[in-house]
Design a protein around this ligand. Structure first.
Ligand SMILES: Nc1ncnc2c1ncn2[C@@H]1O[C@H](COP(=O)(O)OP(=O)(O)OP(=O)(O)O)[C@@H](O)[C@H]1O
Length: 326
């Protein structure tokens, strides 16, 4: 059986290699910014000036890169499978559709399970590199996406990386993507509080992170983990913009009967938010149109039309925009 190291040196590495500056001398080196490998790197000037030398040079690089991004929002969930990527897709599409003059982007930092390319309908697209950094993939004129999923040679490739390597990839994502001017950057994270969360919160610590949105389902088993997520945010000083309760109820498209698929035995997210003094942003119903549309990467906002899902989603978006202004 292959060991972790053997696997990590196989397929994904080959696919990703061409996008990484593999001969980078490192920010602490005398040759930083001056070596031949630095030619074409978007961070060359910062490294050459010595500004990147310090306890954590990535923080400065990220701050510099994201200075034209007005709102940077982490999307978190305690449990896996509660719909974090789906909600990220719905929110980004909805903000972009409701505000055509705004630029919105999704950064998927779920290194081991990147789903943004599929959910946003851009699976199989290529990321290109220019003198300014990696160009994200455009879903619409004002909506772009970046994900490690674009760098894999096959969607079935498994990435088995230890913390430092994930950290390096996240740093590159945050410091080397050429987003241009953005109003909202939604950062889709893996579930829980792991290496990726520590990396992203460290690198964004000087970059004026707006806050975090936590996605959950109503049942206690999911809420238990949300409380840990809230604790994490408080410990690392991340403002919690609020909680979105996903798949709260199911309205039968035939008879319009409303059922609770995941019963809120302890009062659901609303009660938990009130108990923990956290803003409650609203709920989204379990809707087969959403499930199918995301699976097939279609523009769900157009398909949802004038439905209760749209009404709820618009209300959540309005609260998020308001929370970002405060
Ligand atoms: N409101 C919804 N209505 C219908 N289906 C939904 C809804 N939200 C999520 N789903 C479905 O639930 C499944 C899990 O969603 P998703 O992949 O977004 O979860 P996740 O929390 O990002 O998962 P992971 O933790 O693995 O990253 C998907 O099949 C998705 O289509």
């Amino acid at each position: 059986m292959a060991t972790t190291t053997e696997v990590s040196q196989n397929v994904p590495e080959l696919a990703i290699k061409s996008f990484l500056f593999v001969d980078c001398p490192g920010t602490q080196s005398e040759d930083a910014g001056k070596a031949s490998a630095c030619s074409g790197c978007p961070n060359q000037n910062i490294c050459a000036s010595g500004a990147a030398k310090g306890p954590d040079p990535g923080i400065e690089l990220v701050k510099n890169r994201l200075k034209d991004v007005e709102n940077k929002i982490l999307i978190l969930s305690g449990k896996g499978g509660v719909g974090k990527s789906t909600v990220t897709a719905l929110l980004s599409r909805s903000i972009a559709a409701l505000n055509p003059d705004m630029n919105v982007a999704v950064l998927d930092i779920d290194v081991c399970g990147p789903s943004a390319p599929r959910v946003m309908g851009v699976a199989g697209e290529q990321v290109h590199q220019s003198g300014f950094g990696w160009s994200p993939v455009y879903v619409d004129d004002n909506l772009s996406v970046m994900s490690i999923g674009f760098l894999l040679s096959s969607v079935d490739d498994a990435i088995i990386w230890r913390g430092p390597k994930k950290n390096g990839m996240i740093r590159q994502f945050l410091s080397e993507v050429d987003w241009g001017k953005l109003d909202y950057l939604l950062i889709d994270t893996p579930p829980g509080t792991s290496d990726e969360h520590l990396s992203v919160s460290t690198y964004l610590s000087q970059a004026n992170l707006t806050g975090a949105i936590i996605v959950t389902t109503p049942q206690e088993v999911a809420l238990l983990d949300v409380r840990k997520e809230i604790d994490f945010c408080r410990k690392v000083n991340i403002k919690i913009l609020g909680v979105v309760e996903n798949m709260s109820s199911f309205v039968c498209p035939c008879c319009q009967t409303e059922s609770e698929i995941f019963p809120a035995t302890t009062g659901g997210a609303k009660q938990m938010c009130s108990d923990m003094n956290i803003p409650y942003l609203g709920s989204l119903p379990l809707n087969p149109v959403i499930a199918r549309g995301c699976d097939e990467g279609r523009n769900i906002i157009a398909e949802l039309g004038d439905s209760p899902s749209t009404k709820n989603l618009t209300a959540v978006v309005e609260k998020i925009i308001e929370a970002c202004r405060q």
